[in-house]
Design a binder for this molecule. Structure first.
Ligand SMILES: [Zn+2]
Length: 296
């Protein structure tokens, strides 16, 4: 046994003692925590909220006796693993009533059309990204228009209103507009309860300023008001009531340190959203400084 695998076994043994989340169930340690297609199995995050994604891409299942909600359907090639994870979480595919998503790039919704078909779930999305989900490709206005990969289109997408809770079965999810990474980027909050304790869950969408080489977030003439909206989104995440932070890329919020078989830090971290917001604000400031210096 290598030192690394010994450490992994030790962490797996002690994780249940060190975190306030339930012990991992049927989950496996990631060889590469950023690998988009590496399976990691399903495990409970807190209460009825389960991780059903892969090592490098999140998908979250919120279970309820009157129907479940899935957040994100990362990549077409991951669908068999995602469906196996949903079943491993103790849910039937046909009981998934709704699928919502963070933003309409293939790494987060490439499996959405197939999962919507296999579950019969209604898909909900916000504005511009609902349009991209239905198109199956990026649209002008997406900072990553040229580098985004196409994906199977999803039709129809029900348009949700930011801030207005979505009641699905026994789940109440609130969409939060976090325009920036894409124009229709959406974050989600809900409550999960376990052993009489309820916590506020936040699924904060990507806040990274990533783009095509010729896109400038600071070019207000090309996309009026986009940069102030992006800054407001980052501030909005920092101001949320936030007990448990989750992100579409687990690495963006160090999820593997707090959940799953290698967890060694508390699942609940009330400062996590503030810290994510501060990192995103600093990254955006650096990006704008580079743009003003003539670089992307
Ligand atoms: Zn993206």
């Amino acid at each position: 046994m290598t030192d690394k695998s010994l450490l992994a076994v030790m962490l797996a043994c002690f994780a249940p003692l060190l975190t306030s989340a339930s012990p991992p169930e049927a989950a496996k340690v990631c060889n590469n925590e950023s690998e988009w297609t590496e399976p990691t199995g399903a495990f409970r995050i807190f209460g009825d909220s389960w991780f059903v994604g892969t090592c490098g891409l999140s998908a979250i299942l919120i279970k309820s006796p009157r129907g479940h909600v899935l957040i994100d359907a990362p990549m077409e090639e991951n669908v068999p693993a995602l469906e196996a994870n949903i079943r491993a979480a103790g849910a039937r595919l046909e009981d998934v009533r709704a699928i919502v998503f963070s933003h309409a790039h293939h790494d987060h919704i490439g499996g959405l059309a197939t999962l919507a078909r296999d579950t019969g779930a209604q898909v909900h999305g916000r504005g511009f990204d609902a349009d991209m989900a239905e198109a199956g490709h990026a649209l002008p206005g997406d900072p990553q228009l040229k580098v985004s990969r196409n994906f199977p289109p999803v039709r129809p997408v029900d348009r949700n209103v930011p801030g207005k809770p979505l009641r699905i079965g026994g789940v109440m999810l609130t969409p939060i507009a976090t325009t920036g990474h894409t124009p229709g980027s959406t974050s989600w909050t809900w409550r999960s309860c376990e052993a009489g304790r309820c916590v506020q869950m936040v699924y904060a969408d990507s806040l990274t300023a990533v783009s095509d080489d010729d896109y400038r977030f600071s070019n207000d003439a090309a996309h009026p008001g986009y940069l102030p909206q992006f800054k407001a989104s980052i501030a909005r995440i920092g101001a949320l009531r936030c007990d448990i932070l989750l992100t579409p890329h687990p690495s963006a919020s160090e999820m593997w340190q707090r959940f799953g078989p290698t967890a060694h830090q508390p699942a609940i971290d009330r400062k996590a959203c503030k810290a994510l917001s501060a990192r995103a604000a600093a990254q955006l400031d650096e990006r704008i400084a580079r743009e003003r210096g003539g670089q992307p």
